[in-house]
Design a protein around this ligand. Structure first.
Ligand SMILES: Cc1cc2nc3c(=O)[nH]c(=O)nc-3n(C[C@H](O)[C@H](O)[C@H](O)COP(=O)(O)O)c2cc1C
Length: 338
């Protein structure tokens, strides 16, 4: 692998020639994990997989990222924990989960029966917590990778403090990488001034890949009662409202690091996913859309395949191929007014 960061290729697609009807390859390798297609379900929006087994064919998913797992079980925040906004939703679930030991006993055996890759999202309040959770999970067979959540906006300490501070990011990533038996994907917070600083810190500390973005801190108020819509007061915003912000962050991060990126934030269609891929994501995750259309990930994968066939390219040939018409860098420090 080169020492240089990814380069936006800014070129016409290298079309595959010589085959009448191209059967495009949309499988991807990320951090040594082979995904049959580049569409995964996002942590916290797809339970532990089994909850969706009666709704879609789970074997057709590229991967399932399970709900964030901590060393011990956690109850999460009191209700109300979810509020629908104009173009998305606010949630403050607070990382409710069964804990690493019960996950291995009660949830992993089902996931192991699938062909789909199983990524376990890991969460802690301290570096020792993260390492402890990973040490317990290491005992389980059938896990393909970890996704380290250093970016949850809904807990009073821990998660987002790590995700905001390059030094703490490096500390928790280095310790987790050392402990981990499986590849380590680090999930970044968008609630930062410069996401590339955190991306570089995670890469420098040994992350095998990055995923972005988690939810944006938001808030909604019931003006009749003058109370917050969500009991935690602030909550994480997800869904279509955040998509342009997330695409921009994937674009910036792609140019700052050389490890692969998994993009997410408001994806509901193949076209949404393709924006992330052209910006630099090698794979994508579907989150909020699972709540109202559980078949979204399958539809998105089919749509990516159709697009590749139409453009006569394999998926790998599309990643980071944004064409910038003029010579500029394309990234502006602040939005232009007017
Ligand atoms: C209800 C809910 C719970 C979530 N729980 C987690 C979690 O446990 N760990 C995590 O890393 N991200 C969690 N997320 C964030 C999503 O995985 C995803 O990063 C975010 O929602 C953006 O994608 P989307 O707009 O497609 O939903 C959660 C999101 C929602 C809506």
């Amino acid at each position: 692998m080169s020492d240089q960061p990814n380069q936006q290729r800014n070129q016409d697609l290298q079309s595959v020639t010589g085959e009448d009807e191209l059967s495009p390859r949309i499988d991807v390798d990320i951090a040594g994990i082979h995904f049959e297609n580049p569409v995964l379900t996002a942590s916290g929006t797809f339970g532990y997989g089994q909850e969706f087994a009666h709704l879609i064919d789970l074997n057709r998913l590229g991967g399932i990222c399970v709900k964030g797992i901590s060393a011990g079980p956690m109850e999460g925040n009191p209700s109300p924990r979810i509020y629908e906004t104009e173009a998305g939703m606010l949630n403050a679930i607070g990382l409710q989960n069964v804990g690493a030991e019960r996950f291995l006993k009660e949830k992993l055996p089902f996931l192991r029966t699938l062909r789909t890759r199983c990524i376990v999202n890991v969460f802690g309040y301290s570096t020792e917590d993260y390492v402890r959770a990973i040490e317990i999970l290491n005992e389980g067979d059938g896990i393909h990778g970890y996704e380290l959540n250093i970016s949850c906006p809904n807990t009073r300490c821990g998660g987002m403090v790590y995700g905001n501070d390059p030094r703490l990011t490096a500390e928790v990533v280095a310790a987790s990488k050392k402990a981990a038996r499986y590849p380590l994907i680090v999930k970044l917070s968008p609630n930062v001034t410069d996401i590339t600083e955190l991306a570089r810190a995670a890469e420098g500390a040994g992350a095998d890949a990055l995923s972005l973005v988690n939810t944006f801190v938001g808030m909604a108020i019931d003006v009749e009662t003058r109370t917050p819509r969500v009991s935690n007061i602030t909550a994480g915003l997800s869904g279509p409202a955040i998509k342009p912000l997330a695409v921009r962050m994937v674009y910036q991060t792609f140019r700052a690091v050389k490890i692969p990126i998994i993009g997410m934030g408001g994806i509901a269609t193949a076209e949404d996913a393709l924006e992330f891929i052209i910006a630099g994501a090698r794979a994508v995750q579907i989150g909020t859309a699972n709540f109202y259309a559980p078949e979204t990930a399958l539809r998105v994968a089919d749509g990516i395949r159709d697009y590749c066939r139409r453009k006569r390219t394999h998926l790998a040939g599309l990643v980071g191929t944004l064409k910038v018409p003029q010579a500029g860098t394309g990234v502006v420090a602040a939005p232009h007014a007017g």
